[in-house]
Design a protein around this ligand. Structure first.
Ligand code: MF3
Ligand code: CO
Length: 291
């Protein structure tokens, strides 16, 4: 018996285009469209990325016990403004959250991300995730590094090393013809094969004239999952890896995210352009990350 073929309603395929092309798409498509940056866009994003990376380099030079997270924020703001930029995060608003009150996020130990700088004093053994965005000449650069304060225990060292490696394994997959799922799964499998877990509630993102553009960039997934990567895409790839459970909780300030079990969490982030010959790390800084 031949059955009437069921109409399968497929999700609309994601669309791609330059800023100009997307601006003339119907609203429904434009909202989820992935922006393909021109060479000129990317040239400007190199500069935003470099300025963001120099903030982290400046923090690496001074971070020490007894400093407060507010001290780190002051350094960041000065450094960005000195370079003619604006801190991307300052005043940033997402529905349901108060405007973000600082220039960086500083997330100590069990804090996963979005820690608000303040009077917290750094002590030996802490790990501090610092996330910074620089808005320069119309484009954002987004970069994060988890620093160590004094000597840290071996379990923390391993978490930092694996999270960094996971980021670079993800970046290595960011080439045209590959799929976003190839990036995500490379990160996830490295983290999990080392006994760590991947945060689900927060993801990376496209970036450009807006700090958050499509697509979302999860740190978990299966190889081959859509969307396909095309030259000109720019992604903020940012694994958040936990020592224990992947589950997280939001603190009362409406921003700070902590691990549900209060074990450690690490976060590293690069802004990465997908170019025809492979990934280019726009926030690359060999002084900080080593060669
Ligand atoms: N890198 C983080 C993100 O992409 C930092 C955002 S902080 C915020 O979400 F305040 F701007 F939200
Ligand atoms: Co980001």
């Amino acid at each position: 018996m031949i059955r009437k073929r069921r109409r399968i309603r497929r999700k609309p395929k994601v669309s791609y285009g330059t800023y100009e092309e997307v601006a003339s798409m119907p609203r429904r498509l434009a909202e989820t469209a992935i922006i393909l940056k021109t060479d000129r866009d990317i040239e400007k994003m190199r500069r935003s990325g470099q300025i963001a990376s120099q903030v982290l380099e400046a923090i690496a030079e001074v971070i020490a016990p007894r400093m407060t997270t507010q001290d780190l924020d002051d350094i960041a703001r000065q450094q960005i403004e000195k370079n003619g930029g604006i801190p991307s995060f300052l005043g940033y608003q997402v529905p349901g959250h108060p405007p973000y009150p600082a220039s960086i996020c500083s997330s100590v130990n069990e804090m996963v991300i979005h820690g608000v700088p303040g009077l917290q004093i750094l002590k030996p053994g802490d790990i501090v995730g610092v996330d910074v965005g620089a808005y320069v000449d119309g484009y954002h650069g987004d970069n994060a590094f988890t620093f160590t304060v004094g000597e840290i225990p071996e379990n923390a060292q391993k978490l930092l090393q694996v999270t960094r490696e996971a980021l670079y394994r993800g970046i290595a997959q960011a080439r045209p013809g590959n799929y976003l799922g190839d990036v995500s799964s490379a990160i996830q499998s490295h983290a999990e094969s080392n006994g760590f877990s991947v945060v689900r509630a927060l993801v990376g993102h496209g970036i450009g004239k807006d700090m958050h553009e499509p697509p979302q960039v999860p740190n978990f997934g299966r190889p081959g999952q859509e969307p396909q990567l095309k030259p000109g895409m720019v992604l903020a790839i940012e694994p958040m890896i936990n020592e224990g459970t992947w589950e997280v909780a939001l603190l009362e300030d409406g921003w700070s995210v902590v691990t549900a079990d209060h074990l450690l969490s690490a976060h590293f982030e690069h802004t990465v352009a997908v170019l025809s010959d492979g990934p280019e790390i726009l926030t690359r800084n060999d002084n900080l990350w080593g060669i």
